[in-house]
Design a protein around this ligand. Structure first.
Ligand code: ADP
Ligand code: MG
Length: 365
């Protein structure tokens, strides 16, 4: 069996098949160091949440920026300690050890995030499901024990994947979660978005007005870029080497999140198995989409949506996007007539296609 896994897999993973990817390239970096409107730039990088986390702040008060970046890193560590499936003392691990036996008191934040995840499960007809943990664990993509699971075990894991069996209650004594016997929670499809939102809120609170938060491809930009008004973010080309982009989005004050099958996978018998699963089959989702980018103000929503739209495929994604307000998307789909890039109307003018072998079309009329 040949394996092809991201070399950064030796780092601590947030989820069994967490990612360590940078899906977006920051074009702003090419022209920032001279003529910037901000005199100071503070950048911190670390392995957190199973990925490379990079925080870059701009402003004029370096003391303030350094304090804010330190607090951001601490905040990421604090949330990882709550949400990681691989940290035995985390809320998620405690929940997974108690499944079907007793309800677990969790932090209000964990309860809140789990509720958000369950809401998206409902909204996406179960294509997003935080109870997917058993399936994720069986495949072990991104870990040393990656293998095609035994079909019988996979079938059991599929039966356990059911968001409707999770209850979250808020009482005077705290927040309590109960899961069904054998269920395993995995917040890998939404946690980075949540952490991104928390860091953004922290930075605003610390008086930072220009920042780029990058949690392994889960991006949020705060304010304007240091050089020009808009931040220019390149979107990773799904069929080309890392760092090659197919288009650029020009944005301010939003989160940009991409999901795709090309970043974390292994190959066996000439077949590629990636890390976004169809809860109905337990297998990597057979999507007609090659990448999904969601652009919106809330990174938690964007993260859950990028994962679920990939599972849903093009047609279902389009009808869901039509219902959603203030959420924009760039979908790449391989069709017999070539590779098509579908762009929702709200972002169309702010998206520049760079791969001219691809064809840009409106996603929602
Ligand atoms: P990335 O983490 O690469 O940015 P995603 O946000 O799409 O990608 O999340 C993928 C992770 O989400 C997987 O590693 C796994 O932990 C979890 N996951 C996989 N399939 C699903 C699914 N259908 N619903 C919810 N979570 C999922
Ligand atoms: Mg996601």
């Amino acid at each position: 069996m040949s394996k092809k896994i991201d070399p950064s897999r030796s780092i601590v993973y947030l989820t069994a098949a967490a990612v360590a990817v940078i899906l977006l390239i920051f074009l702003y970096a090419t022209n920032t160091d001279t003529g910037s409107r901000s005199s100071q730039k503070v950048r911190r990088e670390s392995y957190r949440l199973g990925t490379i986390v990079r925080i870059t702040l701009y402003g004029d008060d370096s003391e303030k920026l350094n304090k804010a970046v330190d607090l951001s890193m601490k905040e990421i560590g604090r949330l990882e300690d709550l949400l990681s499936v691989n940290i035995p003392s985390s809320d998620v691990s405690r929940l997974n050890r108690a499944s079907g036996k007793y309800r677990v008191k969790v932090s209000e934040e964990t309860g809140f995030l789990l509720e958000r995840a369950l809401e998206w499960s409902e909204r996406t007809e179960g294509t997003f499901d935080p109870t997917i943990g058993k399936i994720v664990k069986l495949w072990g993509i991104g870990t040393e024990s990656t293998a095609i699971p035994d079909p019988k075990q996979l079938k059991q894991a599929v039966q356990l994947t059911d968001f409707k069996k999770v209850s979250v209650v808020h009482e005077e004594g705290g927040t309590f979660v109960q899961t069904a016997k054998g269920q395993r929670i995995d917040l890998g499809g939404i946690a980075k978005g949540y952490v991104t939102d928390k860091v953004r809120a922290l930075l605003i609170n610390e008086g930072v007005s220009s920042a780029l938060i990058d949690l392994g491809g889960n991006i949020a930009v705060l304010g304007s870029s240091p050089k020009s008004e808009k931040w220019k973010l390149g979107l990773q080309h799904p069929f080309r080497a890392r760092g090659e982009y197919f288009g650029i989005t020009e944005v301010t004050d939003v989160s940009v999140v991409t999901s795709g099958p090309y970043e974390r996978y292994f190959e066996s018998g000439g077949v590629r198995y990636h890390h976004i699963f169809d809860p109905l089959t337990g297998y990597p989702a057979q999507s007609d989409l090659a990448s999904v980018t969601i652009i919106g103000t809330d990174s938690t929503d964007a993260d859950a949506l990028s994962t679920s739209l990939f599972v849903m495929g093009f047609e279902r994604s389009i009808s869901l996007l039509q219902e959603l307000k203030n959420i924009e998307a760039v979908l790449v789909s391989k069709k017999p007539e070539g590779t098509i890039v579908y762009v929702t109307q709200g972002i169309s003018d702010a998206f520049i296609l760079k791969d001219h072998d691809m064809k840009k079309e409106p996603a929602v009329q």
